[in-house]
Design a binder for this molecule. Structure first.
Ligand SMILES: NC(=O)c1ccc[n+]([C@@H]2O[C@H](COP(=O)([O-])OP(=O)(O)OC[C@H]3O[C@@H](n4cnc5c(N)ncnc54)[C@H](OP(=O)(O)O)[C@@H]3O)[C@@H](O)[C@H]2O)c1
Length: 276
């Protein structure tokens, strides 16, 4: 099976690295295209895949094609291509729906929300398959996604909320940790910011391992850390008071951004229909 990847930014590169690292495919089974060719050539030094001259060539040569451009670039690009009917088209773009994809491709389409952590073969890929995806094509897709970590099938209704938990979360964790480190330095200016960041990064790694190796849930972990009547308990009270509203706000603004993206994608589709 040949796998095509169009767009070699953060996600396209993650797919190349994750697929090859897991051994689910060899570089020889990959055919890629990126707008700026040098980026593909740089990555090819490590992963000897085929570089196509055009996105059309990727679609001609691959059985399944992951389109990894920014959301608003997906449909304009797909509209310029003559997509082979049997090709499984997979979009990783936030906000691009199965209906958007089925409107531009007569063959099977799926939507996947990957995550940067899959480069380490850990994390959750979300997926939803369109009506024309056969059980065999679904199994092929699942084989690729489970090589990258866990794969969770989700409805399109819940995919946007789940995206924040699986795909935005690594960046959000980093943002939280950075604010945590900066607060520590405000408290104790003699502590260097980089030292505070390193302490937190190492503590995050250890926490993840404890959760996994001891099969702890979040509450059990809290019990292990927060000595009754001790210091951590006080910190947790502050989080209980302040974080629910902050996370409600976070989900509200990210939902609004998804809605804006979808509105702009629909506008594109309406303009296309008008032109015909
Ligand atoms: N980053 C994440 O963690 C993440 C997670 C889940 C989903 N996603 C989704 O993944 C998609 C890509 O995000 P990203 O973060 O990887 O973006 P990115 O780093 O900006 O990468 C986009 C890539 O697409 C290439 N490109 C643009 N137009 C193209 C065209 N017509 N033909 C071929 N290549 C083209 C760009 O090429 P150049 O080198 O010329 O710029 C660039 O390498 C988005 O739709 C996003 O919603 C991202």
């Amino acid at each position: 099976m040949y796998i095509g990847i169009i767009g070699l930014g953060s996600m396209g590169q993650m797919l190349v690295k994750g697929f090859c690292k897991s051994g689910v495919v060899t570089p020889g089974e990959l055919v890629v295209f990126n707008r700026t060719r040098e980026k593909a050539e740089r990555l090819r030094q490590e992963y000897p895949f085929a570089i196509a001259s055009t996105a059309q060539e990727v679609c001609q040569r691959a059985d399944i094609v992951f389109i990894c451009t920014k959301p608003l670039d997906v449909l304009p690009l797909l509209k310029t291509l003559d997509l082979p009917a049997e090709m499984h088209l997979v979009s990783v773009a936030a906000g691009v729906t199965l209906a958007d994809l089925e409107a531009v491709h007569a063959g099977p389409v799926s939507k996947v929300i990957p995550t940067v952590t899959s480069q380490e073969l850990r994390g959750v890929s979300l997926y939803a398959c369109g009506r024309r995806v056969t059980p065999a094509l679904r199994a092929d897709l699942l084989r690729l996604l489970t090589a990258l970590g866990n794969a969770e099938e989700v409805s399109e209704e819940s995919i946007e909320t789940a995206t924040i938990l699986t795909s935005s979360a690594p960046g959000l964790f980093a943002g939280i940790l950075d604010a945590f480190a900066r607060a520590a330095v405000r408290q104790s200016p003699e502590l260097e910011l980089d030292t505070a960041r390193r302490m937190l990064a190492e503590t995050l790694m250890g926490t993840a391992l404890l959760l996994e190796n001891e099969r702890l849930d979040f509450h059990r972990l809290i019990e292990r850390v927060a000595t009754k009547g001790g210091i951590t308990e006080e910190g947790l009270r502050v989080l209980d008071r302040t974080l629910p509203a902050a996370f409600d706000d976070l989900f509200a603004v990210t939902k609004a951004k998804h809605a804006l993206l979808k509105e702009r994608l629909q506008q594109f589709s309406r303009n296309e229909k008008g032109d015909r």
